[in-house]
Design a protein around this ligand. Structure first.
Ligand SMILES: Cc1ncc(COP(=O)(O)O)c(C=O)c1O
Length: 451
């Protein structure tokens, strides 16, 4: 066998071009073969098809059709967030331009742990993280793999600044926060009940008064289950009064910053010590595209680390940027490229339009539900999450309807327990969704609900 070609270097583009044709063709045919938002038949049928088409994963002699076969297999068996009926999670359809940029990132393969592996990528990361930090009123931002890593880093920075800090958050907060407290050996978090879906200031005030501290309050701008936003300015006031540190998890809601119409819902974000952003949710990026913004760049000292092969003192003194202290990871993908390309291609206006669009669609869907006698709406959406359930159905029925749609490959809806009941969840992140798609989704759910 001749040497397989490389993706970068002078021959890279020439080698990639026909392979890209193969990939695009296989994506096209695989998507057509699926013919819906996800493959039909449930986990066993999908696993059997994948086993059958993949065959021997490590054959003695290589298979030149592997790229076509496996991309087709993955596309045929994908839960495709670009299908309007795939709306369960904070799982967005990536923009074509962002995905194209990600191809360049893979081809060039810079690694952001030292300047000599990423000269331009590290400079671009500085520019973009500073711009996004300014957007939230912060001083700096780190690139992460998503909301979970951002929340972990926020707790780590709090611990290194304040000592053994106790996490104080609502039951509506993302599970990665309490997991991070466990991982970091912090005291048992204090979880406040959130019967209305958001943190209640009076309950928080009481806890801030009673608990000895040091405390890290974590508020949420865009809850996972319902897309609700905690009362950020009041929470920031309470933290200031009680001397508590404030983290805001805006993994979902952070995207509202790009919209002139909706950004005022994030008032108070600039008062947090740290903010989680995640552009692979309301930002149309391929995974991964997380950020953690920091109010005090001094917090970063705790991540400083010396590894002679990456950031020797004399190299740093001679002017080579020291990148190792910007992450707990070592080798690190240039996820910033696709983000930069997206921000610059669409601009504020383009991104704001996408945000406004999905929020408007959520309201239209909520109106459809409210007008339909067979359905109950949880409440009008805050961002783009709509919770609803067949009226009079038991929780078991609601859960079964969701699984039936999944098994048949007809729709991907999420589930959430709120108000003591189980709800179906539609998280609308697809700006191409049309009102007719939403009506079709509701018809499907109605048709799958036993009477
Ligand atoms: C509010 C919130 N924070 C954090 C996360 C975790 O993000 P990731 O899955 O990118 O780690 C999620 C995921 O849905 C989320 O909804």
């Amino acid at each position: 066998m001749s040497m397989p070609p490389l993706a970068s270097g002078p021959e890279g583009p020439r080698a990639l071009r026909p392979l890209l044709e193969t990939v695009l063709d296989a994506l096209d045919k695989g998507t057509q073969a699926r013919g819906g938002p996800l493959p039909a038949g449930g986990p066993q049928a999908v696993a059997a098809r994948v086993r059958h088409t993949t065959g021997d994963v490590l054959p003695q002699e290589g298979d030149p059709d592997a790229l076509r076969t496996l991309v087709h297999t993955l596309a045929e068996g994908a839960a495709d967030p670009a299908d309007p009926l795939c709306a369960a999670h904070l799982h967005c359809p990536p923009l074509a331009v962002a995905t194209a940029a990600d191809l360049a990132a893979s081809a060039l393969n810079p690694s952001l742990d030292s300047w000599d592996q990423a000269p331009a990528a590290s400079a671009l990361e500085t520019l973009v993280t500073q711009a996004l930090a300014r957007e939230t009123g912060a001083a700096d931002a780190l690139v992460t793999t998503g909301g979970t890593e951002s929340n972990q880093l926020a707790l780590l920075l709090a611990r290194e600044t304040l000592g053994s800090v106790q996490l104080l958050c609502g039951a509506n907060a993302h599970h990665s926060l309490t997991r991070a407290a466990w991982l970091l050996g912090l005291p048992q978090p204090h979880i406040l009940p959130t019967p209305t879906g958001t943190l209640d200031p009076a309950t928080l005030d009481e806890a801030l008064t009673d608990l000895p501290g040091p405390l890290l309050v974590a508020a949420t701008a865009g809850t996972t289950d319902a897309g609700l936003i905690d009362p950020l300015p009041t929470i920031a006031d309470l933290c200031a009064t009680h001397g508590a540190r404030l983290h805001i998890d805006a993994a979902y809601g952070g995207g509202l910053l790009f919209s002139d119409r909706h950004r005022n819902r994030l008032t108070g974000l600039d008062r947090a010590h740290t903010v989680t952003l995640d552009l692979h949710k309301l930002g149309w990026q391929p995974i991964a595209a997380g950020l953690l913004t920091l109010h005090d760049p001094g917090d970063l000292h705790t991540l400083q680390h010396r590894a002679d092969y990456l950031n020797a003192d004399d190299d740093t003194e001679a002017g080579l940027p020291d990148l190792l202290g910007r992450s707990l990871r070592t080798t690190r993908r240039p996820d910033i490229l696709k983000i930069a390309v997206t921000l610059k291609t669409l601009g504020r206006t383009g991104l704001g339009t996408l945000i406004d669009h999905v929020c408007a669609r959520a309201h239209e869907f909520a109106d459809l539900i409210q007008a339909h006698p067979a359905f109950e709406l949880y409440e009008p959406p805050t961002i783009s999450t709509v919770l609803f359930r067949p009226a009079e159905a038991s929780d078991d029925t609601v859960a079964a309807v969701r699984r039936t749609l999944l098994n048949d490959g007809r729709a991907v809806l999420g589930r959430a327990h709120l108000d003591g009941r189980l709800w179906l969840k539609a998280t609308l992140l697809n700006p191409h969704t049309r009102p007719g798609d939403l009506a079709a989704l509701l018809n499907l759910v109605e048709g799958s609900t036993p009477r």
